[in-house]
Ligand binder design. Structure first.
Ligand SMILES: [Zn+2]
Length: 364
């Protein structure tokens, strides 16, 4: 499989260069449109961004990116255009392996389609999906609970997810899940994923990759947690090895001086780095310019990691908070607690809440 991935990458770079060379002479224009489209399909997001900087290619690239997303949605039996309209109006995004496949084609075969919507906005997606022939809701037995959270780590309750909905397209057995965020940002749960490889999303008007350089190289950083096995499904990391991708558990293996300490260094390569959802280390491309809807507030995050000093070891869990809440102020108030509502899955055999299942809330 690793051979397949590497070969694919070499091939698409070669095809990209060949295509640019051929198209350099617009009078001859020797490549048929269908072949151009076939070549585009191999290109990762960064190549599309580079090509769209060439004025006469911008439209082609935006159309291609939208078509790539429409194909994905249709492959899960959704109506492509209607789904994009719903995503735009409700702030819903696609993430997980399906978004990775959009950012880096050939990287994985998405099994399910995972949608994420802001808190209180689930009805738009539910109505649209259940209005399609063949879809039924496959409900989880749930219990409403209140959980406490601190301003210091506002979104960590249940990994940023308030409630999960699951839909099955009966004729094809395709599964679409909808995760309602605990925040007015649909992106909050994405920042709790187990690896940076999955920290990409598709909105109704564009595509974003938070760790592009690593992702294009089939590398990911682990979003470390001391309680990793409680938060994520067993064997969740093995999947990446099988498709030829590596996940780095500790960025000290890559560098001793963490770039988080320097404003100019490559923060997209470091678990210690403080990041923001609108920062310059993110790759983004819109296919509908001028229509970008803000997906809730701008968030700041830092990946979970281990700090090993000379004498002690400190474990830092994933931290996600609103960007305007400055770190030092949060530290002052970190004893304060607020209560939030979430929906915990119940074990159908015992009728009890299984805390491991509750915390393991990610659809993938
Ligand atoms: Zn580092």
């Amino acid at each position: 499989m690793m051979y397949y991935v590497c070969r694919c990458q070499i091939l698409h770079h070669f095809l990209c260069l060949m295509w640019l060379f051929l198209r350099a002479d617009p009078k001859s224009y020797p490549l048929p449109v269908e072949l151009q489209e076939r070549i585009y399909r191999y290109l990762p997001l960064r190549d599309l961004i580079s090509l769209s900087a060439i004025p006469n290619l911008k439209d082609d690239m935006e159309k291609h990116l939208e078509a790539r997303i429409l194909r994905l949605l249709v492959s899960f039996r959704l109506k492509g255009k209607d789904t994009l309209d719903m995503m735009r109006s409700t702030g819903t995004v696609v993430s997980g392996s399906a978004a990775l496949e959009i950012v880096s084609p050939g990287s994985c075969e998405p099994r399910d389609l995972n949608l994420y919507c802001p808190a209180g906005s689930a009805q738009g997606a539910i109505r649209m999906i259940l209005g399609l022939d063949g879809f039924v809701e496959s409900p989880y037995p749930l219990k409403t609970l209140l959980a406490e959270r601190t301003p210091f780590s506002r979104f960590e309750v249940n990994n940023g997810i308030k409630r999960l909905y699951r839909f099955v397209h009966l004729p094809s057995s395709k599964v679409v899940t909808l995760a309602e965020s605990i925040s007015t940002s649909s992106v909050a749960p994405v920042l709790f994923f187990h690896s940076t490889l999955l920290m990409n999303y598709v909105s109704g008007s564009g595509v974003v990759s938070f760790y592009p350089e690593l992702t294009y190289d089939n590398l990911g950083l682990l979003n470390y947690s001391q309680h990793f096995d409680e938060l994520h499904k067993p064997g969740v990391l093995d999947r990446w090895e099988h498709v030829g991708m590596d996940i780095c558990h500790d960025c000290r293996d890559w560098h001793q001086d963490h770039p988080s300490l320097s404003p100019s260094a490559r923060r997209g390569m470091c678990q210690w780095a403080y990041r923001q959802t609108n920062d310059e280390w993110t790759d983004r491309m819109d296919f509908r310019t001028g229509q970008r809807k803000r997906l809730g507030p701008i968030l700041a995050w830092r990946l979970g990691h281990v700090y090993k000093g000379r004498k002690d070891v400190m474990y830092h869990k994933t931290s996600v908070h609103l960007v305007h809440e400055e770190w030092f102020k949060l530290c002052l108030y970190k004893t304060a607690v607020e209560w939030v509502r979430y929906y915990a899955p119940i074990d159908s055999a015992t009728g009890e809440i299984d805390s491991a299942n509750w915390k393991r809330s990610f659809p993938q």
